[in-house]
Design a binder for this molecule. Structure first.
Ligand code: 5GP
Length: 139
Protein backbone atom coordinates (compact mmCIF):
# COMPACT_ATOMS: atom_id res chain seq x y z
CA UNK A 1 0.00 0.00 0.00
CA UNK A 2 1.26 3.53 -0.80
CA UNK A 3 0.54 7.03 0.41
CA UNK A 4 -2.06 7.36 -2.37
CA UNK A 5 -4.28 4.68 -0.79
CA UNK A 6 -4.21 6.69 2.42
CA UNK A 7 -5.18 9.80 0.45
CA UNK A 8 -8.12 7.93 -1.14
CA UNK A 9 -9.27 6.82 2.30
CA UNK A 10 -8.94 10.36 3.69
CA UNK A 11 -6.28 9.31 6.20
CA UNK A 12 -3.93 11.85 4.65
CA UNK A 13 -5.45 15.15 3.54
CA UNK A 14 -5.47 16.22 -0.10
CA UNK A 15 -7.10 18.82 -2.28
CA UNK A 16 -9.59 16.51 -3.99
CA UNK A 17 -11.00 17.57 -7.35
CA UNK A 18 -12.90 14.42 -8.39
CA UNK A 19 -14.05 11.04 -7.07
CA UNK A 20 -16.23 8.20 -8.33
CA UNK A 21 -16.45 4.46 -7.68
CA UNK A 22 -13.13 3.69 -9.40
CA UNK A 23 -11.24 6.97 -9.69
CA UNK A 24 -9.84 9.68 -7.39
CA UNK A 25 -8.15 12.94 -8.45
CA UNK A 26 -6.36 15.60 -6.40
CA UNK A 27 -3.77 18.36 -6.64
CA UNK A 28 -0.09 17.38 -6.61
CA UNK A 29 1.65 18.51 -3.41
CA UNK A 30 4.77 19.60 -5.37
CA UNK A 31 3.29 21.09 -8.54
CA UNK A 32 5.36 21.72 -11.65
CA UNK A 33 2.81 24.43 -12.47
CA UNK A 34 -0.45 25.80 -11.09
CA UNK A 35 -3.16 23.18 -11.51
CA UNK A 36 -0.82 20.14 -11.59
CA UNK A 37 -3.19 17.31 -10.67
CA UNK A 38 -3.00 13.55 -10.23
CA UNK A 39 -5.67 11.12 -11.43
CA UNK A 40 -5.48 7.67 -9.85
CA UNK A 41 -7.46 4.43 -9.85
CA UNK A 42 -8.75 3.23 -6.51
CA UNK A 43 -7.37 -0.15 -7.48
CA UNK A 44 -3.95 -0.62 -5.84
CA UNK A 45 -1.63 -1.39 -8.75
CA UNK A 46 1.93 -0.13 -9.13
CA UNK A 47 2.16 0.29 -12.91
CA UNK A 48 -0.26 0.88 -15.77
CA UNK A 49 0.27 -2.52 -17.37
CA UNK A 50 -1.08 -4.19 -14.20
CA UNK A 51 -4.34 -2.27 -14.19
CA UNK A 52 -7.67 -4.03 -14.75
CA UNK A 53 -9.74 -3.19 -17.82
CA UNK A 54 -12.44 -1.85 -15.50
CA UNK A 55 -10.14 0.67 -13.79
CA UNK A 56 -8.51 1.60 -17.09
CA UNK A 57 -11.89 2.27 -18.68
CA UNK A 58 -13.02 4.33 -15.70
CA UNK A 59 -9.91 6.52 -15.90
CA UNK A 60 -10.21 6.86 -19.66
CA UNK A 61 -13.79 8.05 -19.28
CA UNK A 62 -13.01 10.91 -16.87
CA UNK A 63 -9.44 11.93 -17.77
CA UNK A 64 -10.42 14.29 -20.61
CA UNK A 65 -13.13 15.83 -18.41
CA UNK A 66 -10.66 16.50 -15.60
CA UNK A 67 -8.19 17.95 -18.11
CA UNK A 68 -10.88 20.35 -19.35
CA UNK A 69 -11.71 21.50 -15.82
CA UNK A 70 -8.04 22.02 -14.91
CA UNK A 71 -7.50 24.03 -18.09
CA UNK A 72 -10.55 26.18 -17.48
CA UNK A 73 -9.66 26.76 -13.82
CA UNK A 74 -6.08 27.78 -14.58
CA UNK A 75 -6.56 29.51 -17.93
CA UNK A 76 -3.83 27.34 -19.44
CA UNK A 77 -4.25 26.37 -23.09
CA UNK A 78 -1.57 23.67 -23.27
CA UNK A 79 -0.83 20.77 -21.00
CA UNK A 80 0.88 17.40 -20.73
CA UNK A 81 -0.53 14.15 -19.40
CA UNK A 82 2.35 12.17 -17.93
CA UNK A 83 2.26 8.62 -16.61
CA UNK A 84 5.50 7.20 -15.16
CA UNK A 85 6.14 3.47 -14.66
CA UNK A 86 9.24 2.25 -12.84
CA UNK A 87 12.08 4.03 -11.07
CA UNK A 88 14.05 4.43 -14.31
CA UNK A 89 11.02 6.25 -15.74
CA UNK A 90 10.86 8.66 -12.78
CA UNK A 91 8.13 6.87 -10.83
CA UNK A 92 8.33 7.65 -7.11
CA UNK A 93 4.92 6.49 -5.86
CA UNK A 94 4.04 2.90 -6.76
CA UNK A 95 0.33 3.41 -7.26
CA UNK A 96 -0.72 4.13 -10.87
CA UNK A 97 -1.19 7.85 -11.48
CA UNK A 98 -1.69 10.19 -14.40
CA UNK A 99 -0.21 13.68 -14.01
CA UNK A 100 -2.12 16.54 -15.64
CA UNK A 101 0.45 19.32 -15.95
CA UNK A 102 -0.67 22.67 -17.37
CA UNK A 103 1.84 24.68 -19.40
CA UNK A 104 1.24 28.07 -17.85
CA UNK A 105 1.88 31.57 -19.21
CA UNK A 106 4.89 31.97 -16.91
CA UNK A 107 6.57 29.09 -18.77
CA UNK A 108 6.12 26.57 -15.99
CA UNK A 109 5.09 22.99 -16.66
CA UNK A 110 6.73 19.78 -17.78
CA UNK A 111 10.23 20.06 -19.24
CA UNK A 112 10.87 17.49 -21.94
CA UNK A 113 14.28 16.32 -23.13
CA UNK A 114 13.10 14.38 -26.18
CA UNK A 115 16.05 12.65 -27.86
CA UNK A 116 14.44 10.93 -30.81
CA UNK A 117 16.02 8.16 -32.85
CA UNK A 118 15.12 6.65 -36.23
CA UNK A 119 12.84 3.68 -36.79
CA UNK A 120 14.48 1.38 -39.34
CA UNK A 121 11.86 -0.26 -41.61
CA UNK A 122 12.91 -3.89 -41.02
CA UNK A 123 13.25 -3.52 -37.25
CA UNK A 124 9.93 -1.67 -37.14
CA UNK A 125 8.15 -4.38 -39.10
CA UNK A 126 9.50 -7.16 -36.85
CA UNK A 127 8.77 -5.31 -33.63
CA UNK A 128 5.24 -4.30 -34.63
CA UNK A 129 4.52 -7.91 -35.64
CA UNK A 130 5.78 -9.17 -32.26
CA UNK A 131 3.68 -6.68 -30.29
CA UNK A 132 0.60 -7.44 -32.39
CA UNK A 133 1.18 -11.17 -31.84
CA UNK A 134 1.30 -10.70 -28.06
CA UNK A 135 -1.84 -8.59 -28.13
CA UNK A 136 -3.66 -11.17 -30.27
CA UNK A 137 -2.62 -13.86 -27.76
CA UNK A 138 -4.33 -11.81 -25.05
CA UNK A 139 -1.18 -10.63 -23.21
P1 5GP B 1 5.83 10.12 -9.89
O1 5GP B 1 7.27 10.62 -10.00
O2 5GP B 1 5.72 8.85 -9.09
O3 5GP B 1 5.20 10.00 -11.25
O4 5GP B 1 5.04 11.26 -9.17
C1 5GP B 1 4.51 11.18 -7.88
C2 5GP B 1 3.87 12.50 -7.58
O5 5GP B 1 3.14 12.38 -6.36
C3 5GP B 1 4.86 13.66 -7.39
O6 5GP B 1 4.58 14.68 -8.34
C4 5GP B 1 4.62 14.11 -5.97
O7 5GP B 1 4.72 15.51 -5.81
C5 5GP B 1 3.23 13.60 -5.66
N1 5GP B 1 3.01 13.29 -4.26
C6 5GP B 1 3.78 12.49 -3.48
N2 5GP B 1 3.28 12.43 -2.24
C7 5GP B 1 2.16 13.21 -2.23
C8 5GP B 1 1.21 13.54 -1.21
O8 5GP B 1 1.29 13.11 -0.06
N3 5GP B 1 0.18 14.33 -1.58
C9 5GP B 1 0.05 14.82 -2.84
N4 5GP B 1 -1.00 15.60 -3.10
N5 5GP B 1 0.93 14.53 -3.81
C10 5GP B 1 1.98 13.74 -3.52
Amino acid sequence: MTIFSKIIRGEIPSHKVYEDEHVFAFLDISPLSRGHALVIPKEEKATLDELSDESAAAIGRVLPRICRAVMRATGATAYNVLQNNGAAAHQAVYHVHFHIIPKTADGRGLGIDWKSGKLEPDAGRDLAARIAELLAAGD
